[in-house]
Design a protein around this ligand. Structure first.
Ligand code: ZN
Length: 189
């Protein structure tokens, strides 16, 4: 990302919304915003291969593995405003497992882009399934969207829940139930 160019664009934006980018409090703002956006969009410049970095381990266990309450921060693609919340991931390993911190990095890799929550949820599920060669994967995400909370009065406190279930989590009701029970949720998925 070209920080200098984005700094100029933010400066233009400030003028258009009625601000004076020369006033003291704002002098360094365009560059700060540009650097913030570089961070918030780093998923475009990161691959899951890099973040996982071979931290996949052989395992004989084929029970369900759950990572609950992984923090999610993303930017909605319709308004470029934040949505944030938590994500719960479950999978049944065949022969490989992955560390919880790496699951969080996979989430970040897709969250640090312009997103819609449904696609983000599905991308995480497919990626986890591919990376660990899982028999099944379930991802549930609960987020608040600032574009809803700040712009209207109708959905101020609403939490949007999305889910993606693949493999045995999709095909077997009992597996899905176990996952939802372990993450403490009831859903129609
Ligand atoms: Zn939005």
């Amino acid at each position: 990302m070209n920080i200098e160019r984005v700094t100029g664009l933010i400066r233009e934006l400030m003028i258009e919304i009625g601000e004076d980018p020369e006033r003291e409090g704002l002098l360094k703002t365009p560059e700060r915003v540009a650097k913030a956006w570089e961070f918030l969009s780093h998923g475009y410049r990161t691959t899951t291969k890099e973040v996982v970095n071979d931290a996949i381990f052989e395992s004989e266990a084929n029970n369900m593995i759950i990572a609950r309450d992984i923090e999610v921060y993303s930017m909605c693609e319709h308004h470029m405003l934040p949505f944030y919340g938590r994500c719960h991931i479950g999978y049944i390993a065949r022969d490989k497992v992955i560390g919880v911190s790496k699951l969080a990095r996979i989430v970040d890799c897709f969250a640090r882009r312009l997103q819609i929550q449904e696609r983000l949820t599905s991308q995480i599920a497919h990626e986890v399934k591919d990376i660990v060669n899982a028999e099944g994967v379930g991802v549930v995400m609960e987020c608040r969207h600032l574009c809803m909370m700040m712009r209207g009065v109708e959905k101020q406190n609403s939490v949007m829940t999305t889910s993606s279930v693949l493999g045995s989590f999709h095909d077997e009701a009992a597996t899905r139930e176990e996952f939802l029970h372990l993450i403490g949720r009831k859903l129609d998925v």
